[in-house]
Design a protein around this ligand. Structure first.
Ligand code: NAD
Length: 368
């Protein structure tokens, strides 16, 4: 039996198979389980920079992923976030055939940043030290002017003013989700057009709003819900959608359910209630458990794997970094239609849940 208990105040004891680990042990085991990779840290007292760059995989090319700055309560939470998110980026990049691995930078936001320029220049130096193995981009808490500052110290940065990338990835994320909905409607309902197709959207925030816009333009009708009434009103005014209470969205009889709010919303209770033949939305980690993909499959509900169809923002950033061509990025996002159709066909042929197939393809590509 191994017993390692740190004296640091924030360290916890985890009981696992009768063995106790410190937080660091647990995080290292989590990293190993996810198949990392490299994890780099930088602490700079002068600027207040406390940064983690988690590189999940480099087998397909340099790792790419946003740089988020959040006021984490504990450093272990920041580490956990960096690992979870970098792993997801690898899967998104691999399934969409991008020549990149996944990574994430997490900056633990200080109470006060005395000099934002010095702070991001220091972070730029950190990125540069990694010699191009990691390419950074905008994420929650950072913006295009931060990327411009980083670019003074490293070429391994995108989303700068010069790149021409919009800091809001939601319109292109919504485009990818709309293409997946079109593919699912064709595959499951045999319909080439979205005219008259009824989509129930959970969450009318950044992606949900643009998805409603895309669907409205193609003649779909929608029932939308949100916990924020102002957000909902904008959708009613702009696209004449029907609305329902947040809890009722799972019971709406429609052609498609599009989760665009929260993760883990597909669980034993909600899957039983669904009255739709298709689930396709932008939310990350929609399945509360990996096995629930099989439950949807058994119920005859076609599930478009979230990490495949919500990668529009990543595709935009990666393709523009590699080729500087927005049209090429849009073409590749449009191609989500074909990628997800291949998975639907294989799922039918092999009688295996779509999420299992998508994860296997991504995992195999990362190993190759
Ligand atoms: P957002 O915060 O702008 O929108 C989420 C909306 O959901 C908000 O309007 C919020 O009020 C609403 N909401 C929260 N709880 C709800 C509930 N219980 N029922 C109904 N509505 C609820 O976020 P976003 O950027 O639109 O992202 C939506 C989802 O898509 C998230 O899971 C995100 O991780 C994922 N995603 C977003 C992008 C992107 O480009 N923004 C890319 C990939 C994945």
């Amino acid at each position: 039996m191994v017993e390692v208990v740190s004296s640091r105040a924030h360290s916890k004891r985890y009981a696992h198979s009768g063995v106790h680990y410190t937080v660091v042990d647990s995080l290292m085991r989590y990293a190993e389980f996810l198949g990392f990779g490299n994890i780099h840290t930088k602490i700079d007292e002068k600027t207040g920079l406390k940064a983690i760059i988690a590189i999940h995989n480099l087998s397909r090319g340099p790792a790419i992923g946003g740089c988020r700055m959040i006021a984490y309560k504990t450093i272990d939470k920041a580490f956990e976030d960096s690992l979870r998110l970098a792993h997801m980026m690898s899967f998104k990049a691999a399934i969409n055939n991008l020549p990149h691995g996944g990574a994430k930078a997490v900056l633990i936001k200080p109470r006060v940043i005395k000099d934002r320029e010095a702070y991001f220049e220091k972070f730029g130096e950190f990125v540069n030290e990694l010699g191009g193995r990691y390419i950074t981009a905008v994420d929650s808490g950072t913006n295009i002017s931060d990327m411009d500052i980083i670019a003074r110290r490293t070429p391994f940065v995108t989303c700068t003013t010069q790149s021409g990338i919009d800091s809001d990835p939601s319109p292109l994320t919504a485009l990818g989700v709309r293409r997946a909905i079109q593919a699912a409607v064709k595959f499951k309902l045999g319909r080439d057009s979205l005219e008259g197709i009824h989509v129930a959207i959970q969450g009318a925030g950044h992606v949900g709003y643009y998805l409603a816009k895309e669907l409205h333009a193609l003649g779909a009708r929608m029932t939308v819900t949100d916990v924020d009434t102002k957000t909902l009103e904008r959708c009613i005014d702009d696209f004449h959608v029907a609305v329902c209470l947040p809890e009722q969205i799972y019971d709406v009889e429609a052609d498609v359910f599009a989760p665009c709010a929260l993760g883990a919303i597909l669980n034993l209770d909600t899957i039983k209630r669904l009255r739709v033949p298709i689930v396709a939305g932008s939310a990350n980690n929609q399945l509360a458990h990996h096995h629930y993909g099989a439950l949807l499959h058994e119920r005859g509900i076609l599930y478009a794997p979230d990490f495949l169809i919500n990668a529009g923002g990543l595709i935009q950033v990666a393709v523009i970094y590699d080729h500087g061509d927005i049209q090429k990025a849009i073409n590749q996002i449009n191609d989500i239609y074909n990628t997800v159709t291949d998975i639907f066909e294989r799922s039918k042929r092999e009688n295996i849940a779509t999420n299992v197939i998508a994860e296997k393809i991504a995992r195999d590509r990362l190993k190759a």
